[in-house]
Design a protein around this ligand. Structure first.
Ligand SMILES: Nc1ncnc2c1ncn2[C@@H]1O[C@H](COP(=O)(O)OP(=O)(O)OP(=O)(O)O)[C@@H](O)[C@H]1O
Length: 283
């Protein structure tokens, strides 16, 4: 008898490929049978309310977390069967957790350049000139070259976000992961960052990107796909124009929402009275 087996080898264009991925902690199910495929050239938004599982999903995509069950391939390598030290330089990551690990006294240029050596915090007395030049160019691309010699502790929230985005690009990654890059920015800072991310997304040489956010207003124009997540489950996933609908967004956030779109940017507001908020101290 001939046995037909399905190949599990991902395509060469496959960047993140999750099959039936579940993450459990005790009795909690953080991610529930997720199927997701990110390919070269795609720029994804992961959107959902607080506690939906967005950061957990990004941790899987960065190789920092293994699924409890299911299969996860990142950059063609199966998590659990690959040396993470080899995988990590191929992935650029910007997150609040990383920001919290940077010493306050660290020079901004060193925050960026040290990504090339896979460390946070000064590691070498002197970095290679070619690496320092690249760090300077990336700070320039993020509009903060003038801050290269400042210490991390003196930067504003918005300046830190831009420095971390520059750091994430330092290794010329094949996969760029941005966890809430615009959180905490003022309107000008947000718009400036989104403009730079749009410029990046429109560059044909840019890496496949996954950007996590709670707000449709923080979706940069030029992003191609969206995954909507609620309570650890995928509500909808696919090309952004067809997938990010009022109906899907309302299901994701659990309230009736009106959605507007213009030139690749989005705005949302409650369509009618939002659900009643329990009084403080009430049950
Ligand atoms: N070790 C754990 N044990 C139990 N529950 C956990 C554990 N870690 C995370 N969770 C829960 O898993 C859920 C998903 O967390 P996650 O941080 O991935 O959500 P998120 O969508 O990124 O949320 P936010 O938008 O608030 O940052 C949350 O309800 C969280 O409380």
């Amino acid at each position: 008898m001939t046995r037909v087996t399905m190949s599990i080898r991902p395509l060469p264009t496959s960047v993140v490929h999750l099959l039936d991925v579940t993450v459990r902690r005790g009795t909690s199910v953080l991610l529930d049978r997720i199927a997701w495929h990110v390919q070269t050239g795609e720029h994804w938004i992961v959107l959902g309310p607080n506690g939906a599982g967005k950061t957990t999903l990004l941790q899987i995509a960065s190789g920092n977390l293994h699924p409890t069950s299911g299969r996860a391939h990142v950059l063609g390598e199966r998590l659990g069967a690959v040396n993470l030290a080899e995988l990590r330089p191929r992935i650029g990551l910007s997150s609040a957790a990383l920001a919290g690990r940077v010493p306050a006294t660290e020079r901004v240029a060193d925050v960026v350049v040290s990504a090339g050596y896979g460390v946070v915090g000064r590691w070498r007395e002197a970095y290679d000139p070619v690496d320092l030049q690249r760090a300077g160019e990336l700070l320039d691309a993020m509009g903060i070259r003038r801050l290269a010699d400042r210490s991390w502790g003196t930067l504003s929230e918005g300046e830190r976000k831009r420095a971390l985005a520059a750091r994430a690009l330092m290794t010329d990654p094949e996969l760029l992961l941005l966890d809430e890059p615009a959180a905490g920015l003022d309107l000008g800072g947000r718009e400036d960052l989104l403009y730079r991310l749009t410029t990046l997304a429109r560059d044909p040489a840019s890496p496949a990107t996954v950007l996590v956010t709670h707000h449709v207003e923080e979706i940069p124009a030029g992003f191609t796909h969206v995954l909507l997540l609620r309570a650890g489950r995928v509500v909808a996933a696919g090309p952004i124009g067809a997938t990010l609908t009022e109906e899907a967004l309302s299901r994701t956030f659990g309230l009736r929402l009106a959605l507007s779109a213009d030139g690749g940017r989005y705005w949302a507001r409650a369509a009618g009275a939002p659900p009643a908020v329990p009084a403080a101290g009430g049950r």
